[in-house]
Structures are given as C-alpha cells and as structure tokens.
Design a protein around this ligand. Structure first.
Ligand code: NDP
Ligand code: MG
Length: 394
C-alpha cells in the first residue's frame, strides 16, 4: 500500500488533497503516515481519524493538549512544534504533500526528500527561497519533485518529454486578482476584505491577497525559473481573466501548448497524486461553447509592481529569493494588521531588496538551509524597519 504524508493538511490545498484521498478509498487505498496543521487542531484530529494517520503534528506546542484531547481513543499519536514536524518528515513515505503556507514549509519538505520519495510541492516558497538547494537535495537522494502550483503543473504537463532548450517561452497566466478592475489611484485604499475576494479560485487568505497584488505571480515567475531552469527573459506573464488556460509553453518552432481546465486545484493535486497515471478526478468538465471566449492582456506593471521586483530578485539571485519572500510575507502581515496600505507592500519589499543588496549580503549563494533561514530572519527585520520608517507616510 502506498504510504503518504500531508504537511499543511488543514489548509486549502491540504483539504483538497484529503478530499481526493478519501474519494479514492482513504485508508483502504493509502496508508497515511503523518498529517500536520497549525492552529486548527480540531480539524487536524478529524482528518487524522478519517485517514487513520500514524501521527498528527500541530506546529504550535500550545495546541498540543487540545490535539491530544481531540485524538483520544484514535490510533493516531499527537505531537507538536518544529522538531516534531521534522520528525514526521523523517518517517518514510512514498508521496509527501508539501502544503504548509510560507517559509515554514521549507524545512519539512526538504527533510522529506531524504527518503527519496515523491514530493508534491504546493509550497512555492521552497523553490523561491531555496530552489538550487532543494533540487540538489532531491537529486542527491533520487527523490522526485512534482509541481502542484497550477501554473507549474500546467507547464510540466505541456512540456511533456521535451527538454527545456526547445522552449522559446513559458507563459504564466494570471487572473489579475480581486482588484483587477479598480482604478489605479484607488488601489492604495483597498482593504483586506477587498483584496481577499478572488474572482475565480477558492484559496487560502494569504495567497488570495497575494493574487490581488500579483506577489503570487511574481513568486511563480521565480518558481518557474528555479524549477524548470529557464532564463528569466523567457518567462512571460499574461492576464487571463477566465482562469481556464492554466499556463502555456511556447516551443521554438512556434507551437504553443496550453493546459486548460476548470479552475479547480484538484486538477493539479490529483495529477501529482496519480502521476504518472491519469485517473479520473472530481472536476467539472470544460464546456467550451458555454465559455464562449478566452481573453489575454499584458499586465500593467504600475498596477502590479511585484512583477518588476521579482525580475530584480532574479537578477541578483543568490539569497535574493529568500529576502523577496520574507519581505513579502512580513509586508502582508503588516497589511493584514492594518499598519500599511495595499500598494505599500511592494514598497516594503523594494526597501528590503535595496537595503540588503547594498551591503552585499544578498549576492551570496546559499550553501545550506541555514543560510536561507538566516536571510529569511534578516529580511523580516528589514521589512519591519521599513514599515516603522515609512508607515506614517502611507
Ligand atoms: P492555507 O493558509 O489555506 O493553509 C496553510 C496550512 O499550513 C494549514 O494547514 C495551516 O494550519 C498550516 N500552517 C500555517 N502556518 C504554519 C506554520 N507556521 N507551521 C506549520 N504549518 C502552518 O494555505 P494554502 O493551502 O492556500 O496554501 C498552501 C501552500 O500552497 C502555499 O505555499 C501556497 O502558496 C500554495 N498554493 C496554494 C494554492 C491554493 O489554491 N490554495 C494554489 C497554489 C499554491 P492551520 O490552518 O491549522 O493553522
Ligand atoms: Mg498558482
């Protein structure tokens, strides 16, 4: 029986993974090793029971007692904290879903590669912050990384067996997010509720706001560069309001392969779960005549300053991806807390990149995960300083 673990099981991607596993027979089909979550220990315990997981881990040690209580009488062991998270990743599994949100997802996914299993990677932060290390670790242990981000799953599928040197461009589609039709001069006033309503996809709150600012797309551009090893100049972003084309690969002979489907993450999760098979999935079939038309537009970089910032991070490379992500995560924390406006998030990330590149600390390559985590820590401090220095003006 295939053994699997789900990191971030209580989140949006995690829940959809659990849904697919249950539909496929749950514990009759798969042996679940570990499931992990953060604050929502009630739901984590339910998932653990449904899948008959060996161990359930909450990231927060203060939630351990509640988790234990919720698991009473079940076959699942309870644990908490970062060390327990890594210990869960050390338990051999054939397939591991990495769906923790943020930089916290990096270490467990990295660790799971050690047993040479398949890592289904939703946590894009892993590639953005530590792409070269992650790929090297996978190669060292003969592990495989399958992309779960819908754009990268689409490109992976459109690419097929063709090597990347046959590719002229990779074209990432973006919905444009919740504020795509707002006048540019009103964006600075957008609230958390305004930015948190995605037009097409149902996702976690943080990634939904990152979609409105296109920090999500900016991260995905870096993710594309790292995962597929393509020159950043060959990565294009187009706004595609309908979210039907999930991304495209343009080959040098002019052929463009597009991956299409309804906007449902279970496409990409199911593809990674069943790979190299294609099994039927509970996703709505496309009704092309009902859709009528598909549209594409170039993004306006004044509206989406995250896009040129990602290009700057890729130009610097080294530890710039780690600084970019940490700066973005902190800027989002400050936006969620009402301390800065929507458009100020890009200003914070820009300040982080500028400050850290002036003293040369960004240009160095990461030799180990510790270098990435140290840069993550430093960039958060710089982001807080930028907010303290400029918040009143925004
Ligand atoms: P959610 O916010 O919905 O879920 C995040 C998960 O991580 C939850 O299980 C949460 O636990 C857990 N978690 C939160 N903080 C920590 C922490 N510090 N340590 C350990 N676990 C933690 O996120 P999404 O499912 O939306 O996104 C997950 C990842 O997948 C992200 O990297 C995102 O960019 C990527 N992704 C998501 C897509 C989507 O459709 N949602 C699409 C493509 C990529 P709890 O809720 O119990 O606190
Ligand atoms: Mg995506």
């Amino acid at each position: 029986m295939r053994r699997l673990s789900i990191f971030g099981a209580t989140g949006s991607v995690g829940e959809q993974t659990v849904d697919l596993i249950l539909r496929a027979g749950g514990p009759r089909t798969y042996r679940t090793v570990a499931v992990t979550g953060g604050q929502n220990v009630t739901r984590l315990a339910q998932i653990a029971r449904e899948l008959r997981a060996e161990i359930a881990v909450t990231a927060d040690p203060a939630r351990l007692d509640d988790l234990r209580t919720a698991l009473r009488g079940s076959e699942t062991q309870a644990a908490a904290g970062p060390a327990a998270m890594l210990e869960a990743a050390d338990r051999p599994a054939d397939w591991v879903m990495s769906a923790i949100v943020g930089a916290a997802g990096l270490a467990p996914g990295f660790r799971a590669l050690r047993h040479g299993s398949t890592l289904a990677l939703a946590n894009k932060e892993s590639l953005v912050t530590a792409g070269p290390l992650l790929l090297a670790e996978a190669a060292r242990h003969g592990a495989r990384i399958l992309p779960v981000d819908s754009e990268h799953s689409a490109i992976f599928q459109a690419l097929g067996a063709d090597p990347v040197d046959r590719v002229e461009r990779m074209i990432l589609t973006a919905s444009g997010g919740a504020l795509r039709d707002w006048p540019l001069d009103r964006l600075a006033q957008a609230t958390v509720a305004d930015a948190g309503r995605h037009p097409n996809w149902a996702m976690g709150q943080r990634i939904t706001i990152d979609s409105a600012s296109m920090f999500n797309k900016a991260m995905e551009v870096i993710e594309t560069r790292e995962f597929f090893g393509i020159d950043p100049a060959r990565i294009e972003v187009v706004i595609h309001r309908e979210s039907i084309v999930h991304s495209m690969v343009a080959f040098r002979d002019g052929a463009v392969m597009a991956h299409m489907g309804s906007p449902d993450m279970r496409h990409a999760i199911g593809y990674a779960l069943n790979w190299p098979e294609r099994l039927s999935l509970p996703v709505a079939p496309l009704d092309l005549p009902a859709l009528g038309r598909l549209t594409f537009e170039a993004p306006d970089e004044a509206r989406y300053p995250a896009l040129p910032l990602a290009r700057e991070a890729m130009r610097i490379r080294g530890l710039a991806g780690a600084a970019f992500n940490a700066g973005k995560e902190r800027a989002l924390d400050h936006f969620l807390a009402g301390r800065i406006g929507f458009m100020a998030m890009a200003g914070v990330v820009e300040a982080v990149l500028t400050t850290l590149s002036s003293d040369g600390s960004l240009q160095n390559d990461a030799r180990a995960l510790e270098d990435v985590l140290a840069m993550d820590h430093l960039a958060r401090i710089r982001a807080d300083e930028a907010v303290a220095a400029g918040a009143a003006a925004r």
